[in-house]
Design a protein around this ligand. Structure first.
Ligand SMILES: C[S@@+](CC[C@H](N)C(=O)[O-])C[C@H]1O[C@@H](n2cnc3c(N)ncnc32)[C@H](O)[C@@H]1O
Length: 228
């Protein structure tokens, strides 16, 4: 298990969720320990490789902390939260209410395994899509749908940033291999994806070019694609 990827299990509904021990404030904002550790480097990376103005759709926003943290540092960016989990959406709404600006929207309901992303389709073309720590804690169809959705909904030149653990060409860091085995024990359809073998072929089919990868702490990567 990577340092930052704590405990994961399924909710009673069967939906895949991160069930780290999360603190909740009285106003409903939740805090993830892993985001407490990675939010600055994720923000700084985002602001280096993604549009600093325009409209961003976040997929699988979880607690909502990344959107709040990034938009507070980027005054020309508007950010729309989305998730499939109502409890996470409630936290995203609380973060939106808490932040002192009007550039946070949503939360929308977006299930990347669905062929149509509901209201997120109406917001297209998006300038950027951001998705952290989702594709390994969901069936592979969620990764397929994320890539297809980015191809469908990004404007030409728009970017997709995926953050999380990856294998590369069949090689995987020992900590990520242990984490992946742990995930697969929880659900055989989960597991750390191989960027080269699993994801890049999908991206090519969806009109997305790999721009760069950025090494992140705890054997994570930020992967940035651009819509042709
Ligand atoms: C480990 S949490 C990550 C949350 C947040 N992005 C972060 O970095 O902490 C995984 C999130 O993926 C969401 N999720 C799982 N399957 C999904 C799907 N098919 N479509 C959209 N979101 C999904 C869950 O509801 C949860 O909020």
């Amino acid at each position: 298990m990577t340092d930052e990827n704590a405990t994961y299990q399924k909710a009673e509904s069967g939906q895949p969720l991160a069930l780290e021990k999360r603190d909740t404030t009285e106003d409903g904002r939740r805090f993830s320990p892993s985001i407490g550790r990675n939010k600055d480097i994720v923000r700084d990376t985002f602001l280096t490789v993604m549009p600093k103005q325009g409209v961003i759709l976040e997929i699988a926003s979880g607690t909502g902390e990344h959107g709040a943290h990034i938009t507070s540092a980027a005054p020309d960016l508007t950010w729309t939260y989305s998730d499939i989990d109502p409890a996470s959406q409630a936290s995203q709404a609380a973060w939106r209410a808490h932040e002192g600006h009007d550039r946070l929207y949503g939360p929308l309901t977006v299930d990347t395994t669905a062929a149509h992303w509901g209201e997120a389709e109406d917001g297209a073309p998006w300038g950027g899509l951001f998705c952290a720590n989702m594709i390994h804690i969901a069936p592979f169809a969620a990764a397929e749908g994320l890539i297809a959705g980015a191809g469908r909904l990004l404007r030409p030149g728009g970017r997709l940033m995926i953050y999380g653990p990856f294998a590369r060409e069949g090689e995987i860091a020992p900590s990520n291999a242990r984490f992946s085995e742990d995930l697969k024990r929880r659900d055989p359809s989960w597991g750390v994806r191989d960027l080269d073998l699993d994801i890049l072929p999908l991206a090519a089919q969806s009109g997305l070019d790999l721009v760069k990868t950025v090494d992140m702490p705890a054997n994570n990567l930020s992967v940035i694609f651009e819509r042709r």
